[in-house]
Design a protein around this ligand. Structure first.
Ligand SMILES: [Zn+2]
Length: 178
């Protein structure tokens, strides 16, 4: 590649990084103050997803060609991929449109955690359609041993700290003591 093109591409990337960094800083400052303590319903979140226009900013962590299509969510504290919200909605659909949830945390443009009842879901903001359930302990970023039957991670003693009664409830029905 000719040297001049290289420089132009480099400059473009620097500008992108700078703009992105500024946006990320602004977002971080804004979300620290405004992370909602209130709840919202699955219906409200889907309404945002279905009606808000595509966010046109520059993703600070992913090159433009790889960046997911996003909308600027008021409920989730900034831009989020449409597909991640739809994936989350799929996981929560069984609870109904009035299922209440809240934003536990948001790390700028990399990920966020939404809580619905005892369930906690991490949405990745750097790729499409990534939403998966986390360990049930608030603040824990690990995956559960089994999202379906053992909703706690094996790290940080989160499973070991459960009461005997809770461990029995988690055990598969066929293996429950008589
Ligand atoms: Zn855990």
């Amino acid at each position: 590649m000719p040297r001049r093109q290289n420089t132009a591409a480099q400059r473009a990337r620097e500008v992108q990084r700078e703009t992105g960094a500024k946006y990320t800083t602004a977002l971080r400052e804004a979300t620290e103050d405004t992370i909602r303590t209130g709840t919202f319903s699955l219906q409200e979140l889907l309404a945002e997803c279905a009606t808000l226009p595509q966010w046109t900013g520059v993703h600070p962590e992913v090159d433009e060609e790889w960046a997911p299509k996003m909308f600027d969510s008021a409920l989730l504290g900034g831009p989020v991929p449409y597909s991640a919200v739809l994936r989350l909605a799929g996981d929560l659909a069984v609870k109904g449109m009035s299922a209440e949830m809240w934003l536990e945390s948001r790390a700028a443009f990399s990920s966020l955690v939404v809580v619905c009842g005892v369930h906690r879901f991490e949405l990745l903001l750097t790729q499409s359609a990534w939403a998966y359930e986390l360990c049930h302990v608030p603040g824990c970023g690990s995956l559960p041993l089994s999202a379906r039957s053992i909703p706690y991670c094996g790290e940080s003693e989160h499973l070991a700290e459960r009461s005997e009664a809770e461990l029995v409830r988690m055990a598969p029905a066929g293996e429950r003591p008589a």
